[in-house]
Design a protein around this ligand. Structure first.
Ligand SMILES: Nc1ncnc2c1ncn2[C@@H]1O[C@H](COP(=O)(O)OP(=O)(O)OP(=O)(O)O)[C@@H](O)[C@H]1O
Ligand SMILES: [Mg+2]
Length: 254
């Protein structure tokens, strides 16, 4: 039997260095409303994010930011358009390959974190690593290190019910970083946190993006935080538009 790493490489070959870590072209997504009408949320979104680059997305409530992150993270399929993670077109992958891709290449910090309730903080952060084939000992060491870096070294054995909302969110951030993802997607990662803890968490996310060469897309209503990213984009009318003309990086295609 091949190792999980070999199986992964067979299903989804390693990302070539020259392609964007994350790429979206002409992404369309709509929902069906209560009256049966169409709610057009994403209406041709284009985006390229390179390794080590960070992009923030701002926009009014209900414009589709979370929807976009779900599509970029291969958690949801668009009706039209393509999403590529590490050069792989996610719409063409089998369910198995897609599961590998999400586990190995995408770190997702949800707007409303989804921790496993029956497991401790440590186990929640170990889980994605074990799915990826990391040994229990190595997974435990990394989980401990990550939880310490988000200030939860003394809460390793707490289940989510015995953690505050902000602590749960920090566990979710540690979990998203566990497999050193190529693409890091964070949806209001510090929604519940006090300013000091938020600051530490943001430093961690930007540090990881730069040092590990992850492509980060950060959704936030906090304009100060948004401005820390290399590019600030606004989701408006189903499109991404450059929100800060002086921001580094190429202008997004309309
Ligand atoms: N499963 C669904 N079925 C129908 N409509 C949905 C569904 N999920 C989201 N919507 C609608 O799609 C639109 C975009 O929702 P989304 O959660 O992406 O917005 P958002 O920009 O993340 O908002 P917020 O800033 O409040 O988090 C909203 O109008 C919402 O009501
Ligand atoms: Mg949202």
């Amino acid at each position: 039997m091949s190792s999980p790493a070999e199986a992964w490489d067979r299903l989804v070959p390693p990302a070539p260095a020259e392609v964007p870590a994350l790429s979206a072209r002409g992404v369309h997504k709509h929902y069906v409303g209560g009256d049966g009408g169409r709610i057009r949320v994403l209406d041709g979104v284009d985006l390229d994010v390179n390794r080590g680059e960070s992009v923030s997305i701002i926009g009014q409530s209900g414009t589709g930011k979370s929807t976009l992150l779900h599509v970029l993270g291969a958690l949801d399929r668009p009706e039209a358009g393509q999403v590529r993670v590490g050069g792989q077109e996610v719409g063409k992958l089998s369910e198995d390959a897609l599961a590998y891709l999400r586990n190995r290449s995408v770190g997702f910090v949800f707007q409303f974190h989804h921790l496993l309730r029956e497991f401790t903080a440590l186990e929640n952060v170990m889980m994605p690593q074990q799915i990826a084939g990391t040994s229990p000992r190595a997974a435990r060491d990394r989980a401990r290190e990550l939880l310490e870096s988000v200030g939860l070294g003394s809460r390793l054995d707490h289940t989510p019910a015995r953690l505050s909302g902000g602590e749960q969110q920090r566990v979710a951030v540690a979990r998203a970083l566990a497999n050193r993802p190529l693409v890091l997607l964070a949806d209001e990662p510090s929604g519940n946190l006090d300013p000091e803890t938020s600051e530490r968490l943001h430093d961690l996310l930007f540090g990881v993006s730069e040092e590990q060469g992850a492509a980060m897309v950060l959704v936030t209503h906090d304009l100060g935080l948004a401005a820390r990213a290399g590019r600030v984009l606004r989701l408006h009318g189903g499109h991404l538009v450059l929100a800060r003309p002086d921001a580094a990086g190429p202008e997004p295609a309309e």
